[in-house]
Design a protein. Structure first.
Length: 343
């Protein structure tokens, strides 16, 4: 009997010790478990782009990242629907800016090192990289054709051979729609619709489902040319694909994409750490030199694989007008497609 009492006493001591330890750990924010050391990130970025960055973030912070890859429109919808998402990583500020009320106000210390045009993008928007719209051309299929800009896309030889994703689903496609309107309207987007209507006839009723369908479709030889973003083409080039980058001679709109913290994030501190890491000088240097995307920081040089900005005809857009007219522009584009464009 004494032996039983000794065993019970020992068990009680162990329970007390365990309970005390749990209380101490909980107060230190560790024993709340994996939820405190994990963030869920939704992103339209290419897997090849995200993988090394996420791996390094996890190694440096001990925070596990669950990535859900999808288009920008779907990502926003997931957040609106209340899914357990901490961060939206990607999507241009022109596409996501109108949903700013979904996101948590946060300003990273790194913003002090941003170019002035990328500071104060919005109360809940942090600029991540600078993303020019470009045309990606399959050099094996190009033949004798010349593609130097939007006007060349109206060639009868390219009918049905142009890759373009639905601007309803893809922020890079909406960027191109904005670019077309300003470039072909000579700075006045309201005058660019004549071109856009002609362009839609060249698609032969085909709208792709995502940004990745565009650059992968061109790289695989399914399309001659695609309307995409610079880094996607650089990635394909580095992967040995027979493609080239064309900066539209009529003008290029270069818009930052962003990192946005869900206002209902389960791990806002982990999300803030993610924003800080992705805008840190070392990360941005790696992004520029190894991944071919332009940094928003003044202290980071661009990759040798991209064209110097001073050699590109850059166009300025009225951000407020784009945000205000976004839905109307997308609806008008889709009406030219018969509202049922599909791959």
């Amino acid at each position: 009997m004494k032996r039983v009492h000794r065993i019970l006493a020992a068990l009680i001591v162990l329970v007390v010790i365990a309970a005390t330890a749990y209380g101490v750990i909980s107060r230190n924010g560790v024993a709340k478990g994996e939820a405190e050391n994990k963030i869920v990130v939704v992103s339209p970025h290419p897997i090849e782009f995200m993988k090394p960055l996420v791996s390094e973030f996890e190694a440096q912070t001990g925070i596990t990242v669950e990535v859900i890859r999808c288009g920008t429109s779907e990502a926003v919808s997931r957040i609106q629907d209340g899914e357990k998402i901490d961060v939206l990583w990607g999507g241009s500020v022109l596409s996501v800016g109108s949903y700013e009320d979904l996101f948590l106000p946060y300003t990273t210390e790194n913003e002090k090192s941003f170019y002035s045009e990328y500071r104060n993008a919005g109360n809940a928007l942090t600029c991540f990289t600078d993303v020019p719209s470009i045309l990606m051309v399959n050099t094996d299929l190009l033949g004798d054709m010349e593609i130097d800009g939007y006007e060349d896309l109206l060639s009868p030889a390219l009918a049905g051979k142009i890759a373009y994703a639905s601007p309803v689903k893809s922020s890079s496609s909406f960027e191109h729609l904005t670019n077309m309107l300003y470039a072909m309207g000579d700075g006045d987007p309201d005058k660019g619709w004549d071109y856009v209507e002609k362009f839609t006839t060249q698609l032969s009723g085909k709208l792709l489902e995502s940004s990745s369908d565009v650059y992968q479709g061109v790289a695989s030889g399914k399309f001659v040319v695609g309307l995409t973003f610079e880094e996607a083409a650089i990635t394909m080039l580095k992967g040995g694909k027979h493609v080239k980058v064309v900066y539209m001679e009529e003008g290029v709109v270069s818009t930052p994409d962003g990192i946005y913290i869900n206002k209902n994030a389960e791990n806002p501190d982990g999300a803030a750490a993610f924003v800080d890491f992705m805008t840190d000088v070392d990360t941005q240097h790696y992004i520029a030199t190894d991944l071919g995307r332009r940094s928003v920081r003044e202290d980071v040089n661009s990759s040798a694989l991209v064209k110097a900005k001073e050699d590109i005809r850059l166009l300025q857009v009225d951000k407020d007008k784009v945000l205000k007219d976004r839905s109307e522009w997308v609806d008008k584009f889709m009406s030219y497609m018969g509202e049922d464009g599909n791959e």
